[in-house]
Design a protein around this ligand. Structure first.
Ligand code: ATP
Ligand code: MG
Length: 412
């Protein structure tokens, strides 16, 4: 991509009404556009980050045999009425609308009930189980507060996965497998070390859940950490946990976190309520067990932006960066050489954002830093004379000289 072809421009200032650091930086760098509070458009640079995060999640969900699909955004009232969750008293984030004949519809804030309903058509016998499905989708939630930038959207991208099992043991095994898959996701996203799995109660006896809480000053949650014992406890269950583990509250460190993932074991409660059963080997109708597993894709992007940034701008980890290299040309000869290098690197499969604009070096450097591209490659008239390019690492600020012949190896 050439910067001269990007329609976005970097901004010196974020909109005055934007209070979240993640959104301020992402808006200034041209990754997102603020439509209104809690509602953001993803621009060319922004969608590359979203897609990178999605691809990591996709690979890990495929690795545990889940099938990708896309459910619908428009949902039926009757489906949610079966579990009592159509009511605005039970679910306070509904956006609802109507067909021209006045039939009420909901805009998907979750897909648990619709997917259970859908599976009545596909799961009949024990032979059809287990099965796991997932999607990436824009969820609509009428959130009360939307002051956390893309970390809390009224419209946001979630990966939601649902698994269906013949026995609670089979569900438990898959649930544990998913926890491991999630850990791999957070590791690959560069936030593994700061992400803790916490237990949360789910209300009814057979129901429980785990949250994936990522340490982040801008997060809206709090967890309690025992770093030596590697224990992380959710605020909601702190009193019970302290009693059960026989530890004192003083031993625990209170940290702010963002919930980047949440998984639920529903047992057979929801499937029983909705009438999804299967026929066992003995020909008898049996209860079916399900789990539900979410990852906030755009929230994760916001958390990464918060955690990996400095006074100059964003500092993307390589795995999710929109481009690997920001190529800066300086001078006439520098530009000719940079044109050639751009082709060469692109052909070698290296993702390059090429600042081919007729701007001062300082302007180009500042944009490279604001956008947070991991490496900056500078090709100048002076460098060509000495036979060296300049390579600067965004996270450390370290600069080294690279001979043209070594360039691809060094970048790889
Ligand atoms: P929260 O308590 O933060 O509102 P939740 O418990 O409602 O989250 P889930 O319904 O379990 O969240 O959704 C799964 C994941 O989707 C969450 O773990 C979070 O990462 C993400 N998520 C939830 N709500 C939002 C939102 N408004 N904006 C962005 N991401 C969200
Ligand atoms: Mg919520």
């Amino acid at each position: 991509m050439r910067v001269s072809k990007l329609f976005t421009k970097t901004l010196r200032d974020a909109p005055a009404d934007e209070v979240a650091k993640n959104a301020q930086l992402l808006i200034r760098a041209g990754f997102v556009y603020k439509e209104m509070a809690g509602v953001y458009a993803y621009l060319p640079l922004g969608i590359r980050v979203v897609e990178k995060i999605k691809q990591i999640v996709r690979e890990e969900m495929n690795a545990i045999d889940s099938n990708e699909l896309i459910m619908t955004g428009l949902q039926r009232r009757e489906v949610w009425e079966k579990t009592g969750r159509w009511s605005d008293e039970t679910v306070d984030v509904w956006f609802k609308t109507k067909l021209q004949d006045d039939t009420e519809l909901g805009l998907g804030w979750s897909h648990e009930e619709p997917i259970v309903e859908m599976m009545k058509q596909y799961v009949k016998s024990y032979k059809d189980l287990p099965v796991s499905l997932y999607q990436f989708q824009t969820k609509m939630r009428n959130e009360l507060r939307a002051k956390s930038g893309i970390m809390r959207g009224r419209e946001f991208v979630m990966k939601d996965m649902y698994s269906f099992h013949a026995t609670s043991e089979d569900l438990a095994a898959y649930y544990d497998k998913t926890i491991e898959a999630y850990k791999r996701v957070y590791d690959r996203l560069g936030i593994g070390e700061d992400t803790y799995v916490t237990f949360a109660s789910g209300g009814a006896f057979t129901k429980f859940s785990h949250e994936f809480q990522t340490v982040c000053d801008a997060g809206e949650d709090v967890i309690y950490l025992h770093r030596d014992k590697n224990i992380a406890i959710n605020e909601e269950v702190i009193d019970d946990a302290v009693r059960e583990l026989g530890i004192s509250r003083d031993e625990l460190e209170q940290v702010k976190t963002a919930e980047t993932g949440n998984i639920f074991n529903f047992g057979s409660q929801k499937t029983d309520e909705m009438g999804l059963y299967y026929t066992g080997e003995d020909g008898k109708q049996q209860s079916l067990f399900i789990g539900s597993y979410g990852i906030g894709i755009t929230r994760a992007m916001g958390v990464i932006a918060e955690k990996f940034s400095d006074d100059k701008g964003l500092v993307w980890p390589e795995a999710v960066a929109p481009y690997a290299v920001y190529l800066v040309s300086i001078g006439t000869k520098g530009s000719e050489e940079a044109d050639r290098v751009y082709e060469e690197l692109t052909n070698a499969g290296i993702e390059v954002l090429y600042d081919d604009r007729n701007e001062r070096p300082g302007t180009k450097f500042a944009d490279a830093e604001l956008m947070g591209i991991p490496k900056r490659l500078t090709i100048s008239d002076r460098g060509i004379e000495s036979g060296e390019y300049e390579l600067t690492v965004r996270s450390t600020g370290e600069t080294k000289l690279v001979a043209p012949a070594d360039l691809i190896d060094v970048l790889r």
